[in-house]
Ligand binder design. Structure first.
Ligand code: IVH
Length: 674
């Protein structure tokens, strides 16, 4: 058996590719100014991956090491060497001036103090520990003293360097602090797809970022668009910094992402000018910022100032006047969505906030109501930040009279009267009425929407109308609509009726991924629909599909598998699909990837022991791809043990159990690869 040895030039090529790819990653994700095309990047990445696998030589800071870590059972605790503190707030310029005066008084000086000014990021604070330049650990802030080890998740964030760039002084060890955050646009996109899949929504970008980092499965974190801004240093050894400014300059050279705005100011007047400047710029930032952080620049002065209980004396956060108002909750009404999720919606005494009248806002779910202790009749603070939908920030408890009522989870659906259920472990409350008009209408709206069947002209208003008139109650009814039906309605004239009929006709030619998304199967958003289309040739191949078959697709978990299997094993659903086909629906599937039809290893279980010429994972994947099963330990159910160099105890066990043993070459012959 021949083990591929590592020629010097291959080693150098791998090392060069890692450096090169990391540099391009930095250009793209940190500087936002790539110098090569995505295709070129992918090509280099594929080349690296190929070499790494072939020669089994993987550098710890290789870009391939960002993904693929297995899910955890729980997070390990991490103690911060220096506590991660919070910040005192200033709500107006006067309070910022008072901070400056306090600082001078404490230091016993009249001289102007140097401050740095940066935006305040609203995300999740984390600490990155680098040892000899390599990312060693990433942890959340937790209670400030002890956080959670989220290293595998943080590694998936492309702007986080896995290794400190060699063209700066590299400390023996350093704890770098920053904020993981999500841009507003990506947050809205994420919520949109969660809504489409019937999942609960994140209340704001901060919750979305925090929820994405505190994930046991790193592949979920990897799928979220997260960013990092580094703004602070904890413990360090083997390097010297004399100020915040100097530290940030070092971060920049070391290719870390730093705050989008940073200014060194002499005296408090310059600080206030910088705050003004950020206030003007902030709408151009892609992320949400609710304030500005002002820090004494000199580290020497910082340590003289020290900390109060939870906050340093050397920094303060100036908070922008929020777009907030107070109003009274008149009632809380349950609103039913397409997947039956019932959402509590607060109806307010109308109030003007930032130039817009706000009269309602979602309260997300009943857990959130409980957490914020929101009651009907309460006076609440409502916020409308940017384009984000208004939300209740908090209850003004001083205004309580005792007459306020706790909103109750409805026992029956407010629209159809069916029983309401709350699946264990879920915050969502659902109506299980199959023909619930609210669900039916929402399902129809989803079916016709742009990314689904894309029926132009069949928007929310027309669906409400056609449903009310009894013309459409199901997907099939849409294709039964006739021009005459429409012409009888006041909203339609000859031309508009014809346009709608034409659009419906056009939608009959669709793709499997669109169609699957349009069906509105619980937990099947656009991404999952594409995934299914990639693995199933046609809609018929999904009929009666089993949960196990779906679980064979690596990205599909139990929740989705169960939901899809239930859908495609339901007789009524299958009848609907057949009826749609009879109405002329044509479903093409450009996403389908032909897999090797041959399954020479079908039904056979393999175990590997010792070193093979190829990485074990690759051989296991090959076994699975050819229909076999790769197990990790030998038992009486094992058909073959593949024996490599220096085999372990598995060989003895196999011999004892009478399991057949083969060499790697024999295995290759078996699958026709030799
Ligand atoms: S300095 C003790 N700088 O705000 C110094 N913090 O309310 C605290 N934050 O826990 C860190 N942007 O999560 C600093 N530019 C910035 C920040 C920032 C956001 C967060 C951080 C901190 C919280 C305090």
């Amino acid at each position: 058996m021949k083990v591929e040895t590592l020629p010097e030039e291959i080693k150098r090529e791998i090392e060069r590719l890692v450096e090169e790819l990391n540099y391009h990653c930095y250009r793209y994700y940190v500087l936002d100014s790539p110098v090569i095309s995505d295709e070129e990047y992918d090509r280099l990445y594929r080349r690296l991956k190929e070499l790494e696998e072939k020669y089994n030589y993987v550098l710890p800071h290789s870009p391939t090491q960002r993904v693929g870590a297995p899910p955890l059972d729980k997070f390990e605790k991490v103690r911060h060497k220096i506590p991660m503190l919070s910040l005192d707030n200033a709500f107006n310029y006067e309070e910022v001036r008072e901070f400056d005066e306090r600082t001078k008084r404490f230091l016993g000086t009249d001289a102007e103090i140097e401050y740095t000014v940066e935006p305040k990021y609203d995300g999740l604070a984390i600490e990155l520990t680098y040892r000899n330049g390599m990312l060693y650990k990433a942890s959340t802030r937790g209670d400030g003293y002890e956080g959670e080890d989220v290293t595998q998740n943080i590694k998936t964030i492309k702007s986080v360097p896995l290794k400190i760039a060699a063209d700066v002084a590299v400390p023996e060890e350093i704890d770098i602090r920053g904020e993981v955050y999500m841009n507003v646009e990506d947050f809205e996109e994420l919520n949109k797809s969660r809504e489409a899949a019937g999942e609960s929504l994140f209340a704001n970008p901060r919750n979305a970022a925090a929820g994405s980092v505190r994930q046991l499965d790193p592949s979920v974190t990897a799928s979220r668009k997260l960013h990092l801004a580094c703004y602070g240093v904890g413990a360090y050894r083997g390097i010297e910094f004399s100020s915040q400014w100097e530290f940030i300059q070092w971060l920049k050279k070391a290719r870390f992402p730093v705050p989008a705005y940073l200014k060194l100011c002499k005296g408090i007047n310059e600080v206030l000018e910088a705050i003004e400047e950020i206030s003007e710029k902030k709408s151009e930032f892609p992320f949400e910022t609710d304030g500005v952080v002002i820090k004494v620049n000199s580290f020497e002065l910082q340590s003289r100032l020290g900390v109060k209980t939870r906050e340093p004396r050397w920094a303060i956060a100036y908070k922008f006047p929020a777009h907030q108002g107070t109003t009274v909750i008149k009632e809380v009404i349950p609103s039913v969505g397409r997947t039956g999720i019932i959402t509590p919606v607060a109806i307010f005494e109308p109030v003007r906030i930032g130039g817009v009248i706000v009269s309602r806002s979602t309260l997300h779910n009943w857990d959130e109501i409980k957490r914020k202790d929101i009651r009907i009749g309460d006076t609440v603070v409502v916020e409308r930040a940017g384009e984000v939908i208004p939300h209740v920030v908090m209850v003004v408890k001083d205004k309580r009279t005792g007459k306020e009522k706790i909103p109750e989870i409805p026992e029956r659906c407010p629209v159809c009267g069916s029983k309401v259920v709350r699946p264990e472990g879920e915050v969502a409350v659902r109506c299980i009425g199959l023909d619930c008009p609210a669900q039916v209408k929402e399902r129809l709206k989803h079916f016709a929407s742009r990314n689904a069947m894309d029926i132009e002209g069949l928007g929310d208003k027309n669906i409400e109308l056609l449903y009310k008139e009894g013309l459409i109650k199901s997907f099939v009814d849409i294709y039964r609509l006739k021009k005459e039906d429409l012409l009888r309605l006041p909203r339609f004239a000859e031309k508009s009726a014809q346009n709608l009929i034409d659009a419906i006709q056009r939608s009959k030619n669709t793709t499997l991924s669109r169609f699957l998304f349009a069906l509105g199967i619980l937990f099947v958003g656009e991404y999952t629909a594409k995934l299914l289309a990639r693995h199933f040739r046609s809609i018929e191949d999904l009929y009666h599909v089993s949960e196990d078959r779906l679980l064979d697709i690596p990205q599909i978990g139990e929740k989705i598998a169960r939901s899809v299997a239930i859908f495609f094993n339901d007789k009524k659903n299958l009848e609907t699909l057949e009826e749609l086909k009879r109405m002329g629906l044509k479903i093409s599937n450009p996403d389908y990837r032909e897999e090797k039809a041959e399954q020479p290893l079908k039904g056979l279980t393999f175990v590997i022991t010792g070193t093979l010429p190829k990485p074990r994972k690759e051989v296991e994947e090959m076994i699975e791809a050819l229909g076999g099963h790769a197990a990790s330990s030998v038992s009486s159910k094992t058909d073959y043990l593949i024996v490599g160099d220096s085999p372990g105890s598995k060989l003895r066990k196999a011999e004892a159990l009478g399991v057949k043993t083969i060499t790697y070459d024999e295995f290759l012959k078996m699958v026709g690869e030799a």
